[in-house]
Ligand binder design. Sequence first.
Ligand SMILES: [Zn+2]
Length: 342
Amino acid sequence: MYLMGFYLLYEGNHQRMDTTRAMNMALLAKWLFRIESGDSSMCINLLRTKYLGNCGVFQEKVKSCSFFWSGLRKVRDWYGYGKGVIVGDGKSTRFWLDVWRGECPLNNRFPSLYRICWENEATVEEIVTGHRSLSFRRNLEERDMGIWKLEESGRYSIRSLNQFMLNLGTVDLRLTDIWNTRIPLKIQIFLWMVWHDRIQIAEQLKKRKWTGQVHCKLCAQKEDLNHLLFRCSVVIFVWCWVLDSLGWLRIPSSFEDFQASFLGKPGAKNNCTHIFLFAGVCWALWRTRNDWVFSDILVRHPKHIAHRTFGFLQQWHALSTKEAKRKVEDLLTKLHVKLQAL
Ligand SMILES: [Zn+2]
């Protein structure tokens, strides 16, 4: 493992990155991090003096270099995925390409500006001093300091880059909450579709050149996700029953509002109970809406949707974990009391 950190292993014929190679590259990238993060050991100082001078690892263009250094160059792009910068003198920080402001490089945040900018490789220092055209106000005195964006601590870890290489793409923590909620798989998938605005309501079907009715059958308003789940008068009745039962101060007005005000941060401990409830309401609404649209079966009173919701929740209650069971039972009791009174 130690030796793997010195030289880049031969790639061979691998099409996909295998774990050994990823580990080897992550070990090598650690050298780049040490060089940029102010490590003052003799070895790092030597490398800095020999290859970098005042520039950063992405700017150096030394013609002849050692096998070791050329290995470092080859892992630069991977290192770049997690590299962030605390700007000091700006000499080794690329204005557009490094993450030195916010969570992504400026070329990603302002792609159209980047495209028309002549100075794509300019450093922050060059922009600030007016060496290249763009102005920026900031007093920069210290050397740039490398930080690591794939770890909250800002410190490089081989594990983080290794994981990033092997598992490209980001984890949506909100969806993790859905997968952790104890409801049947098909309901989890339904919620996933709700979260991605993919359920087959009129608005979605229209995008696929569907020629049917695009309006809600009940109130003739445009049927989109928020109308179906939060705004139609029938739906408001169901949410009001939830509000009464749980003592909420208001009902959610949209899907965005539900996420922002009724769910905690991704992973928060009450999220699964709220998603459980949300799943019940949504599934009952969805089933009722489909009966209505496709089979012309119309509910006689919105309270039947509340009964249907309660029925689903009661059914799924059996899937709860031991720890969650008490919370779910409490929820069901409160809903049941108000259901009787409807
Ligand atoms: Zn409606």
